[in-house]
Design a protein around this ligand. Structure first.
Ligand code: VGL
Ligand code: ZN
Length: 200
């Protein structure tokens, strides 16, 4: 058992990010069993769940654009995705074998039409908080282990934000899988290392 100041943050292990899903990440389902095995070591366990209205503006379909192109939003550039993780849909459910009984807290994100939220801590304007910082700090957590999907988007943004907020952060890369679109994985590794995140 790890000390009480350490949390595990399980990012977006949802059907739509696993093989067969709307925004499938190669090998996304391979991390489920080892994450289940690791979670009991931690006394603080938080999951995130990507959770979008059907008309979310991160969806290419809302812009008449092709998925995996980039548009400009008021808060900066935004990749346009296939429709995914629609509120209440099967695609938005956690992977069927992920043991969600072990979650103390589930943070849903991306539920406002106008703004995407990759990070578990802030929406993509880098200002609007999700409340997770307060949750972790009031539980006495200063050290976070991160796993999940996708390495180069939600894990990356969450890890960089957590490091900037003063948490000690380790991303277990073997328990993550990446979208790896247009060099995004290498860029994500650089940004995480630059922010002081340990890649294990
Ligand atoms: C994610 C793209 C869009 C992720 C979520 O979980 O990494 N990526 N929404
Ligand atoms: Zn999303």
């Amino acid at each position: 058992m790890r000390p009480a100041n350490e949390a595990i943050l399980v990012i977006d292990v949802q059907n739509d990010f696993c093989p067969g899903g709307a925004l499938a990440v190669a090998g996304g389902d391979e991390i489920v069993a080892p994450i289940n095995a690791l979670m009991p070591e931690y006394s603080v366990r938080v999951f995130t769940q990507d959770w979008h209205p059907a008309d979310h503006l991160s969806f290419a379909s809302q812009h008449g654009a092709d998925p995996m192109t980039v548009t400009e939003m008021p808060y900066g550039p935004q990749v346009l995705w296939p429709d995914h993780c629609i509120i209440g849909s099967e695609g938005a459910d956690f992977h069927g074998r992920l043991d969600d009984r072990l979650a103390d807290m589930i943070i849903r994100k991306g539920f406002r039409r106008e703004i995407d939220s990759y990070s578990a801590f802030f929406e993509n304007d880098h200002k609007t908080p999700t409340g997770l910082e307060g949750y972790l700090k009031t539980r006495g957590v200063d050290t976070i282990t991160m796993v999940g999907l996708a390495t180069d988007f939600c894990v990356n943004y969450s890890a960089v934000d957590a490091a900037r907020l003063g948490f000690t952060v380790t991303v277990v890369e073997s328990l993550c899988r990446a979208i790896d679109f247009d060099g995004s994985l290498e860029a994500a590794r650089e940004s995480m290392v630059g922010a002081g995140v340990t890649l294990a």
